[in-house]
Design a protein around this ligand. Structure first.
Ligand SMILES: Cc1ncc(COP(=O)(O)O)c(C=O)c1O
Length: 470
C-alpha cells in the first residue's frame, strides 16, 4: 500500500443529531417530561421506562418509610403471582371462577381466625376504607330496617367513635349522611372505653366503631368494656347497638400476638370487622377485607345481583373492575405462612419493635407513649421528655430525613390531646434488627446535631412528614 493511499482514510460523515439521538439518546433526555397534553408522538418502550425510572428517584425509598403501615416487601414468589395475574379482572367471576373461589377461601379463613360462630359472609375490598364504608352502610341499613319495623323515625342516624379513628369514619358520615359523634381524646388517654361511649349512644345510634391498633399510637380501644356496655344497654334499655371493629392494622396482629385477648366475634356485640390485607396481612396495596359475624348482618338490599356475561353474579362493593393479583397474593401468604408463619413474623416484628424502643430510650431524650406492656401494633411511638431543649420532635424528624433519608413522622394527636406531639416508627419486615439499631443510632445523632446547632430553620421544617401515614 502506498503512502498516499494510506492517508486517504475517509473522513467521518457529518454529525447527524437526529440519527444519533435515535441510536444513543433517550427521547426525554433533552426535553421535559410530557405534561398537560398527550404527546403528539410517543417514544420507544425503553425510553418510556427510563423516563419513569428517572422521575421516580425523586420519591422516597418505601423501605425507609417508617410512617406507612402498608407492606413494602414481599417474597419473589409472591411477586411472581402478582405479576402473572395483573391482567385478570377480579370482578369477572364468570370468566375467572377460580379466583372467586380463592377469594371465598380467604374470607372463610379470616372468619375462622376471628372466631365467627358459624357460617359467615364477607367481601374483598380495595382497602380498609372501602370495607369500612360497606360495613357502616350495613349498620345504617340494619338500623333503618329496625326503626321502620318499630314505626319510628329514620331521619337522624348517628355513629359513635373516638377521635383515635382514621379519617375514613368521618368521611363515611359525610358521604352517607350520618351524624358523627366523635369522642374527644384526653390529655393522657389516647383511646376510648365504655365510660366515654355511653353518653353518646341513643336510639338513633346505628353502631359504635372501636379500633384495634390505632393509626396514632398502635393501641386498642377498650373493646371488651365497650362490648359489655352495649350488652348492658340492650338488656336494660332495649337498645340494639352493634359494634364494628376497625382492625385495619390490628386484625392481622392480635390473633397472633395476643390470641387470648378477645376483641372479635367472641364478643356478642361485634357484628362486623374490617382488616387491610395490605398492612399486616403482608400484601402490597390495595387489598382489604370485610367480614360479617353472620350472613344476616349483610342487608339483602345492599347486595346487587346481575346477569353479567351470562351468569348471575352477586356483588357488594363500591368499585367494580379491579385486579385479582392482591387477592391471589393474600391466598399465597395464607398457604405459604399458615398460622405458624404469621405468628413467627409478628413475633419477630414485635421483638424488633421492643429492641428499637429500648435503644431509643437509651438515647436519654425520649419517653415512650403508652403503658409498658400494653397490647400494641409492632411499632414504637415516642416523644421528647419534658426537659427544656432548643428543638422539638418536628426538628428531629427533619434532621433525620436530612442526615439519612429516614421518613419518620412527627405529628400532633387529635383533639383534645392536640398539645401532644409524637413520633412513630412502624417496625415491619423491612426493618430488621440491624436496621432498627442503625435507626436508633441515627435518631441519637440527629439529637446531638440539633443540640449543637439548635432547632431548624422554618424552611427545613417543611421537609417534615406531619401526617400519621397509612
Ligand atoms: C385504623 C385504620 N382504619 C382505617 C384505615 C384505612 O385503611 P386503608 O388505607 O386500608 O383504606 C387505616 C389506615 O391507616 C387505619 O390505620
Amino acid at each position: 500500500m502506498s503512502i498516499e493511499q494510506h492517508s486517504a482514510t475517509p473522513s467521518p460523515p457529518p454529525f447527524d443529531g437526529a440519527a444519533a439521538a435515535s441510536r444513543y439518546g433517550n427521547a426525554f433526555l433533552l426535553s421535559d417530561a410530557p405534561d398537560h397534553k398527550l404527546p403528539a408522538s410517543g417514544m420507544s418502550p425503553s425510553d418510556a421506562l427510563r423516563l419513569l425510572e428517572e422521575e421516580l428517584v425523586l420519591d422516597g425509598i418505601p423501605m425507609r418509610n417508617l410512617a406507612t403501615f402498608v407492606t413494602t416487601w414481599m417474597e419473589p414468589e409472591a411477586q411472581q403471582v402478582i405479576a402473572e395475574n395483573l391482567h385478570r379482572n377480579y370482578i369477572d367471576h364468570a370468566e375467572y371462577p377460580q379466583t372467586a373461589v380463592i377469594e371465598q377461601r380467604c374470607i372463610r379463613m379470616l372468619a375462622d381466625l376471628y372466631n365467627a360462630p358459624g357460617e359467615t359472609i364477607g367481601t374483598r375490598t380495595q382497602g380498609s376504607s372501602e370495607a369500612i364504608m360497606l360495613g357502616a352502610l350495613s349498620l345504617k341499613w340494619k338500623w333503618r330496617a329496625r326503626r321502620e319495623a318499630a314505626g319510628k323515625a329514620t331521619d337522624r342516624p348517628n355513629l359513635v367513635f373516638g377521635g383515635d379513628v382514621h379519617v375514613v369514619w368521618e368521611k363515611f358520615c359525610r358521604y352517607f349522611d350520618v351524624e358523627p359523634r366523635i369522642i374527644p381524646l384526653q390529655s393522657h388517654k389516647y383511646t376510648i372505653g365504655p365510660e366515654d361511649v355511653e353518653p353518646h349512644v341513643d336510639e338513633n345510634t346505628i353502631g359504635v366503631a372501636a379500633v384495634l391498633g390505632t393509626t396514632f399510637t398502635g393501641h386498642a380501644d377498650d373493646i371488651v368494656g365497650i362490648d359489655a356496655l352495649l350488652c348492658r344497654l340492650r338488656e336494660e334499655r332495649g337498645l340494639e347497638v352493634p359494634l364494628h371493629i376497625d382492625g385495619a392494622s390490628g386484625g392481622f396482629v392480635w390473633p397472633f400476638l395476643y390470641p387470648d385477648s378477645p376483641w372479635d366475634f367472641r364478643l356478642d356485640s361485634v357484628r362486623s370487622i374490617n382488616v387491610s390485607g395490605h398492612k399486616f396481612g403482608l400484601v402490597y396495596p390495595g387489598l382489604g377485607w370485610l367480614i360479617f359475624r353472620e350472613p344476616s348482618d349483610l342487608p339483602e338490599d345492599l347486595v346487587f345481583y346481575e346477569n353479567y356475561l351470562g351468569k348471575r353474579d352477586m356483588t357488594f362493593t363500591l368499585n367494580f373492575s379491579t385486579g385479582s393479583s392482591m387477592v391471589l397474593a393474600q391466598y399465597y401468604n395464607f398457604v405459604r405462612y399458615g398460622h405458624d408463619g404469621y405468628r413467627y413474623i409478628m413475633e419477630s416484628m414485635q421483638a424488633n419493635a421492643r429492641a428499637l424502643a429500648a435503644a431509643i430510650l437509651a438515647i436519654g431524650e425520649f419517653e415512650l407513649v403508652g403503658d409498658e406492656g400494653a397490647e400494641q401494633l409492632p411499632l414504637v411511638a415516642f416523644k421528647l421528655t419534658g426537659k427544656d431543649r432548643a428543638y422539638d420532635e418536628f426538628d428531629v424528624a427533619s434532621q433525620l430525613a436530612a442526615e439519612r433519608g429516614w421518613m419518620l413522622p412527627a405529628y400532633t394527636l387529635p383533639p383534645n390531646a392536640e398539645h401532644v406531639t409524637i413520633m412513630r416508627s412502624l417496625v415491619k419486615r423491612s426493618l430488621g434488627h440491624s436496621l432498627a439499631t442503625t435507626l436508633a443510632n441515627d435518631i441519637g445523632e440527629a439529637c446531638t446535631t440539633l443540640a449543637a446547632k439548635g432547632g431548624l430553620h422554618e424552611r427545613d421544617r417543611r421537609r417534615v412528614k406531619t401526617g400519621t401515614g397509612y
